[in-house]
Design a protein around this ligand. Structure first.
Ligand code: PGA
Length: 248
């Protein structure tokens, strides 16, 4: 049993505003009978319907997050969105997702800058880390722990409690090949042990209603970050339904 479980929906680059409104409305209705204390539900829509999402979730316990942010509060950076702007709409921001690291060449240094900027703006960063490939255990551990160490470099201790980590082995994302829960438990423990404060560590990678319990049962896993299965209200709500029994 856990005091708190975080369930994060990452909608990536999916959905028009109209589709987003439909999805949020279904989730909102479904959550009416499902919500219990200790469950934190965070929806991360695309920037384009964050404002509408904020309006729709008003009066509910749903929280909002963005999927990315710039590392400065403002400036001449055409096309970018700063954490200060996002703070008008959300409480969280995903930083360093493997898709950003891979397709937009985000480095550990950049991730660290974004974390600092997000904290400065009052947002809670959901920091993604994970090894790229299956393989040598020692190498994988080092890859993940280096990412964790970079993430917190020169971070004010007082702010560290705001962090959430999401362990997402890249090979498990969007592939239908979720990692083994006991393996994730060990990685989460390693990540927690490498940090000066106790922060939540989530798991992400092909989470579905029929595999989520295996992860939530584990002592070191504090929740899940869900891509594909969060784009369908019925699948997402089933996951929440299953998560309920692991909250004390
Ligand atoms: P997935 O995505 O659930 O579709 O594997 C997870 C993620 O990208 O965070």
């Amino acid at each position: 049993m856990k005091k708190e479980i975080l369930i994060v929906a990452n909608w990536k680059m999916y959905g028009t505003k109209k589709e987003g409104i439909k999805l949020i409305s279904k989730i909102k209705t479904g959550l009416n009978n499902l919500y219990i204390n200790g469950l934190t539900i965070i929806l991360c829509p695309p920037f384009t319907f964050l404002e509408k999402a904020k309006e729709l979730i008003e009066g509910t316990r749903i929280q909002l997050g963005a999927q990315n942010c710039h590392f400065l509060p403002c400036g001449a950076y055409t096309g970018e969105v700063s954490p200060r702007m996002l703070a008008d709409y959300c409480q969280y921001v995903i930083i360093g997702h493997s898709e950003r690291r891979r397709y937009f060449s985000e480095t550990d240094q950049l991730v660290n800058k974004k974390i600092k900027a997000a904290l400065e703006a009052g947002l809670r960063p959901i920091v993604c880390l994970g090894e790229k490939e299956k393989g040598n255990k020692r190498r994988k551990d080092k890859e993940v722990l280096d990412q964790a160490e970079f993430a917190i470099t020169h971070l004010d201790h007082s702010k560290m409690a705001q962090l959430v980590f999401a362990y997402e082995p890249v090979w498990a994302i969007g592939t239908g090949n979720e990692a083994d829960p006991s393996y994730v438990n060990r990685m989460s423990q390693l990540i927690k042990e490498s940090l000066p404060l106790d922060v939540p560590v989530l798991y992400g990678g092909s989470i579905e209603p029929d595999n989520v319990e295996g992860f939530l049962k584990q002592e070191m896993i504090d929740g899940v970050l869900i891509g594909g299965a969060s784009l369908q209200a019925s699948r997402f709500l089933k996951i929440i339904q299953k998560a309920r029994k692991y909250v004390s």
